[in-house]
Ligand binder design. Structure first.
Ligand code: ADA
Length: 568
């Protein structure tokens, strides 16, 4: 995984980021993966990056070939790591298809058991097309589905066919945050069974764990690491600790993975959310990964700026609407003590009889990858699923129940939630640990926010909400940056947005029944032209940002700062 800090001192990792050749069809939008490159149009694109940044491809929805020559110095097993390809990938190594993936927002790896020394062609067939047979999760939506290698790519040259595939660290499984459950997944890319040992080290404490019978495929090994004198993680004091896992085979250290943990537990108690047994009041933003200069391939300095701006406005929380985020952003949240609601990739999809047949499986895969890949981030305090999907139908309920059970099975250390817009018609509110609603009084719904919310609470408490934490997962209003109305009345003016936000913020963060509020949304984002047929989306943007798409604060930013900081 591409990280902001060193994860390997033994394994040889080379970044494949930088300029790549992208080849596009001369006519139409389809390209065969094995097409001869001289019959295609060549462009150069920086990876991570998306082709919408090329002037001629600003609206291109279709397929392309991303090609790079890779130099291998040490013959042997190789792992190619793609942190994110937007949105569907087929991977070819020297012309042979070796892997693939759906979904822009989770990583995937391709393992090549034996690679010769020398130059090799890595070719990725990338598609951002919409259509029933491709991706059930990427549809014309209220954000943009870009095309490209949108997150970093790495080459891992492995010293042995057995390597460390994953390390999951769970503090506080039995309640004590200083007790960390360590689960190491080893993968053997050869059919030859192997035995070895795992060395686990953190803060000068060392454990050794025998790792026998690693046959072809993967095998998990688990132990418990006690970090007795270590600082706990909290929003005010986000202490992090490295855990270094090394794999020894025949007395030789063949692989390693250094990952981090923050010692904290999360649980709900009645209407409260507790981090290390202390109640937290979430004041946050919904944030899309989007910027006019980078699309969804947000560079690290911009991630840092986003967090700076959020903190300036007094936020302590962020919801990764509506998909798993770049892990480097999550690392920054870990370091800065932000509290994160991370959610799977599904916005406004039908998960009842009208659903795309690919939907259940692609969701399941996204859930598994999200939890496996982001499990160690202490900042993530809850997992979310299926934003505004069919939680109002019996069929939809089956899907919600299935997905919540799947995630609980993968990780029982965090509460679960989902954001609903069905109010009292929701049939699933008994299922999550935390109940969350998207509501837009004075924007989509009529009424003064205080009155609206009073009625709303009366309606929702009996449908499974009473006695559980309640989050306002979205609320907000739109403004076109720079549009002003001295009378503060005109819809889409910054002045009106500011007043509407003032009314909302008077009610929500301080309401005793509300455990958290996430404003919709941090910044303005590009939307698909097909979404809402362009109506309600001037500039083909979702304009409810508190900062605009270039992160220039709108008038409402000061209002948010005033209310969010008043809670400190
Ligand atoms: C929804 C949805 C968001 C966004 C928002 C809006 O509730 O979850 O993705 O579309 O509404 O701006 O209308």
């Amino acid at each position: 995984m591409k990280s902001l800090y060193c994860q390997h001192k033994v394994r040889r990792v080379t970044s494949l980021d930088g300029p790549w050749a992208f080849y596009f069809p001369r006519t139409g939008t389809e390209v065969s993966p094995r097409e001869s490159l001289d019959r295609l149009d060549r462009e150069q694109l920086h990876v991570p990056g998306v082709w919408e940044m090329l002037p001629g491809k600003a609206n291109y929805r279709g397929e392309a070939l991303a090609v790079k020559t890779v130099l291998i110095e040490n013959p042997g097993p190789v792992r190619l790591y793609f942190s994110g390809v937007s949105h569907t990938a087929r991977v070819f190594w020297d012309g042979e298809e070796v892997g693939g993936h759906h979904n822009a927002y989770t990583a995937f790896a391709v393992n090549l058991p034996a690679v010769d020394r020398g130059r090799h062609e890595l070719r990725v067939h990338v598609s951002n097309a919409h259509g029933p047979g491709i991706s059930a999760l990427h549809i014309p939506n209220d954000y943009y589905n870009y095309g490209g290698l949108s997150r970093p790519v790495e080459l891992h040259e492995l010293a042995h066919p057995v390597f460390i595939e994953n390390v999951k660290l769970t503090p506080g499984q039995q309640g004590d945050p200083r007790e960390v459950h360590v689960e190491v997944t080893l993968r053997n890319t050869s059919p030859q069974p192997e035995s070895g040992a795992l060395l686990i080290e953190s803060r000068g404490k060392r454990l050794e764990l025998p790792a026998d019978g690693i046959a072809g495929g993967s095998r998990k090994f688990a132990t418990v690491l006690r970090l007795d004198d270590a600082d706990l993680w909290s929003p005010q004091h986000p202490a992090l600790h490295d855990v270094n896992v090394q794999l020894q085979i025949a007395g030789r250290t063949v692989d390693d993975l250094i990952t981090r943990t923050g010692l904290r537990t999360v649980r709900v108690q009645g209407e409260q959310i507790l981090v290390n047994d202390t109640p937290v009041a979430l004041r946050g933003f919904n944030r899309h990964e989007d910027h006019p200069d980078y699309g969804c391939a947000i560079p690290v300095p911009l991630m840092m700026k986003d967090l700076e701006l959020m903190r300036w406005m007094g936020a302590n929380a962020v919801r990764t609407s509506h998909y798993p985020n770049d892990p480097r952003f999550l690392e920054l949240c870990d370091e800065q003590g932000f509290l994160v609601w991370e959610e799977n990739h599904a916005r406004g999809l039908k998960c009842d009889e009208r659903m795309n047949p690919l939907f259940p499986e692609q969701c399941r895969e996204c859930n598994r990858e999200m939890v496996d890949q982001h499990h160690n981030h202490p900042s993530i305090i809850m997992w979310g699923i299926l934003n505004e999907c069919s939680s109002n139908s019996e069929k939809g309920r089956e899907e919600y129940a299935r997905q919540l059970a799947q995630i609980r099975e993968l990780d029982s250390s965090r509460p679960l939630t989902f954001a609903s817009h069905w109010a009292e018609k929701d049939l699933c509110m008994d299922l999550p640990d935390i109940c969350s609603y998207n509501i837009y009084p004075n924007w989509y719904q009529k009424g003064d926010p205080a009155e609206f919310f009073r009625d709303f609470l009366e309606k929702i408490e009996p449908v499974g909400v009473a006695g559980k934490p309640l989050i306002i997962s979205e609320t907000g209003a739109g403004a076109i940056p720079g549009l002003h109305d001295p009378l503060r009345r005109a819809k889409w003016s910054e002045d009106r947005q500011c007043d509407l936000l003032e009314d909302l913020l008077e009610v929500f963060p301080s309401h005793p029944r509300v455990a958290g509020v996430f404003l919709w949304q941090f910044c303005d984002v590009r939307v698909d032209e097909g979404f809402m047929n362009g109506t309600q989306r001037p500039r083909t943007m979702n304009n409810k940002g508190i900062v605009d798409e270039y992160r220039r604060p709108k008038l409402a930013a000061r209002t948010v700062r005033h209310h969010f900081r008043a809670k400190d």
